[in-house]
Design a protein around this ligand. Structure first.
Ligand code: FAD
Length: 406
């Protein structure tokens, strides 16, 4: 029915078992804002960090689908743990394992299999959705690159060791494209400027990074096919895995909140009956179940679409993330409603589920920007977002029209 192999069911059950330990500390992680190191240690021992790293580099050679199963189980009880599992298996790890040199793969595998959750550094104060407007530069000096700029909303700053930093490449005084550079925490010039206070997912530091004359040797440039000019698109393909991962955290949160809502609706009595018997609530619970299953189907489909490089299909990943992130906000909100005042209290996990769920429609491609991507693909045409891009398209179409008329 679920299309999973016996090994995948076993993996999911193992993750579910360890997730019970994560459940016990999730509220404390939220309250203390502390990165859950003891849980990360347990996840590392269990082989869940770097699960997707190929066997030749010491990992288990797991698929995106395997990682999804693990992420979902943790996210049902601890979304911070779920996000850690995402970043230790998708995103930067996927990009380095697909495009990296042997030296880069060895470095990444060594760190992640020892429990590191890498950081991806793209966003800047003035370049969010318009990521290519980033101003951080990497200037070639002899055999090294010198990086300067400011990154923001970097998940895991201060706890992550491996950093994949995106910058504008300047070689021989000319702009060559956007590339990514691998640096390790502790390198001079890789500084955490501040931790950003957040609404939810509170055990995970969100940070601003200051890159001040950070020196990266040429051997640590992650070179995607297509060279500097076209490599950015290929590097961003790695983000499709991360997107499916983020969608899975949203799914896990919704499924976890839904389970709590069912339990409460069956036990809480008003007007002399379990509140689950009121049709108003029964239908809410039914709608939640339908939405959770729909998100799961989209996510599994996207995860299974992963090609040889290990990256899921762009359209399938965007569809899954848009649906799951919007769905998680609705479902966690309704699950809190089922709990009434008790759901509003910090004594219970419902308000945490809602706060944690709010993020997924923003990070890693907003709900609007991903809808643009879906629209482009179903319409089969570019939908330029910049004014210049739009004017260029109009000029090109006018030229084609003139040619046809001549
Ligand atoms: C918790 C969290 C963790 C994050 N982690 C990371 C990380 O590890 N690394 C990293 O590099 N970044 C990270 N980000 C940043 C994230 O990727 C950006 O927030 C996201 O790309 C959106 O950019 P922005 O916040 O600047 O919003 P903006 O781009 O300023 O957008 C503001 C609003 O305008 C809308 N909008 C913008 N452009 C369009 C358009 N063309 N069409 C329609 N609507 C549009 C957006 O949807 C949004 O509603 C994280 C963000 C959060 C909240």
């Amino acid at each position: 029915m679920d299309g999973l192999t016996p090994e995948q069911r076993h993996l999911r059950d193992r993750a579910g078992e360890l997730a019970r330990e994560a459940a016990a500390q999730a509220a404390e992680t939220d309250r203390s804002l502390a990165y859950p190191w003891p849980m990360v240690e347990r996840m590392t021992e269990a082989g869940f960090m770097g699960l997707t790293i190929p066997r030749e580099w010491g990992g288990l050679g797991g698929s995106v689908m395997d990682a999804v199963l693990v992420v979902e189980e943790f996210s049902k009880v601890c979304a911070v743990c779920g996000r850690i599992a995402v970043e230790a298996n998708m995103g930067a790890v996927g990009a380095i394992m697909a495009y990296g040199t042997d030296g880069q793969k060895k470095l990444a595998a060594g760190l992640v299999l020892a429990g590191d959750k890498p950081a991806i550094c793209i966003t800047e104060p003035d370049a969010g959705s318009a990521a290519t407007e980033m101003t951080t530069t990497a200037v070639k000096h002899g055999e090294d690159w010198v990086i300067n700029g400011r990154k923001t909303w970097i998940t895991g700053g201060g706890v992550s060791r491996l950093h994949l930093i995106f910058a504008r490449v300047i070689e021989d005084g000319a702009f060559k494209g956007i590339a990514s550079f691998i640096a390790v925490r502790g390198a001079p010039g890789l500084n955490v400027a501040r931790r950003i206070p957040t609404l939810g997912l509170c055990g995970m530091p969100e940070t601003e990074l200051e890159l001040a004359d950070l020196v990266v040797p040429d051997g640590m440039v992650l070179r995607a096919p297509g060279g500097f000019a076209r490599g950015f698109g290929r590097l961003i393909d790695a983000y499709n895995g991360q997107r499916v991962g983020a969608a899975t955290v949203a799914l896990g949160l919704a499924a976890g909140a839904h389970a709590h809502a069912i339990a409460r609706a069956n036990t809480r009595r008003q007007f002399g009956r379990p509140i689950a018997e009121f049709q108003g609530l029964a239908w809410m619970l039914a709608d939640m179940a339908i939405e959770v299953e729909a998100a799961r189907a989209l996510i599994y489909r996207a995860a299974k679409s992963a090609g040889p490089a290990g990256f899921p299909d762009r359209l399938a990943a965007a569809q899954a993330k848009v649906f799951a992130s919007d769905m998680a906000i609705r479902v966690t909100n309704n699950a809190l409603q089922v709990w009434g005042a008790a759901g509003y209290s910090r004594d219970n996990p419902m308000e945490r589920y809602l706060r944690d769920a709010r993020m997924f429609a923003i990070a890693g491609g907003t709900a609007q920007v991903l809808r643009n991507q879906v629209a482009e693909q179903i319409l089969g045409r570019k939908l330029p977002q910049t004014r210049d891009g739009f004017l260029k398209l109009v000029a090109e179409e006018a030229a084609v029209g003139k040619l046809a008329a001549d």
